[in-house]
Design a protein around this ligand. Sequence first.
Ligand code: FDA
Length: 390
Amino acid sequence: MNDSYDAIVLGAGAAGLMCAARAGQRGRRVLVLEKAEAPGKKILISGGGRCNFTNIGAGPANYLSANPHFAKSALARYTPRDFLELVESYDIAWHEKTLGQLFCDGSAKQVVAMLLEECAKGGVELRCGEGIASVAHDGDFTVTTQNGSYTAPALVIATGGPSIPKMGATGFAYDLARQFGLKVVEPRPALVPLTLGGEEVLFREISGVSAPVIATANKTSFAEAALFTHRGLSGPAILQVSSYWRPGDPVAVNFLPGRNPEWLLDGKRTHPRATLRSLLRDALPDRLADILAEKLGIPGELGNATDKALRAASERLGRWEFHPNGTEGFAKAEVTVGGISTAELSSKTMEAKRIPGLYVIGEAVDVTGWLGGYNFQWAWASAVAAGEAL
Ligand code: FDA
């Protein structure tokens, strides 16, 4: 064990390991302190165990932040192609699942092993099972754990966000930020299922049903699948819009994406003996078609329905408003929106402007990606930005 370090990285997750490896390979003596017994826990469970490690199309437009420009610099300097090159240099087989999402063919364990190997190449010292009791700043940074104290002129906060507390996630990064007087943008659960109450609990009856839709919240839309659950709404389209959703906002769902708005009227002309329910069953899963038809309340044969009623039904199917009464919270959120304010940090190096030597990277920062590999890409890119600067 070294007793003198150039930098201490708090957290051996995606960002912490990447940053430590980069700085180590530049000749810095780096110590990583991790409170869990093993590194990279979230990487291991990510992407259903196959780790959606990047998105080939990742760019600043795929991120939420109080300052949408902040992520540009780091994302431009370390791109999805750069990470893919690293993956390929370790002979890790990968595939694109959909929408630019790249996954390991084998296992997320390969990504953790790769990062650990990169750290080893940089002579990084990794100490797991080190719960941090305190951090003091007196020119240098001194981190005290149950095992002792470690000092370095640079400290990197890479302890992530509070999503999935069961896995040991906490708001520790925000506590440290406050200790150092850095502003924190209110953290909220994101990429999280939404819950339904009131009359909308009826949709719980079709728990397990999914359909391709366009979901919209706060003017941001995603065309992916929505899934009805026993608590409300989930599936990729809903997880995506949940990051933009605020309590009280409706979520509009287009159940008939790509269909001509005159579809029901055409149906009346071509199949006047059909019912709304049978026509909807041609376009949607049966149980969803049934519940929507029931709610639209056009009984009997389409030939007997007025054009006006069918137009109104079409419009509603194209913009069905749900009124979620909440989210499933941090317990089920894949990430956290908000975090340590980007106004406090250099977008080039991730260093705190007012506290030289203090860096914040990864999910702890107020930069949050869409679903689909974008969050890891931010972890890698912000980590490299800091790792090159330390
Ligand atoms: P991360 O959470 O990875 O690491 C933080 C580390 O700090 C952890 O090891 C933690 O134990 C440690 N720590 C916390 N407090 C500490 C303390 N006080 N002292 C020392 N250590 C401490 N993203 C994506 O792009 N593709 C995907 O496939 C998925 N899949 C996915 C699935 C699930 C179930 C979840 C919950 C999340 C995802 N994500 C994802 C999101 C992705 O996992 C997340 O954005 C990154 O892991 C963030 O990386 P960080 O290194 O910032 O935090």
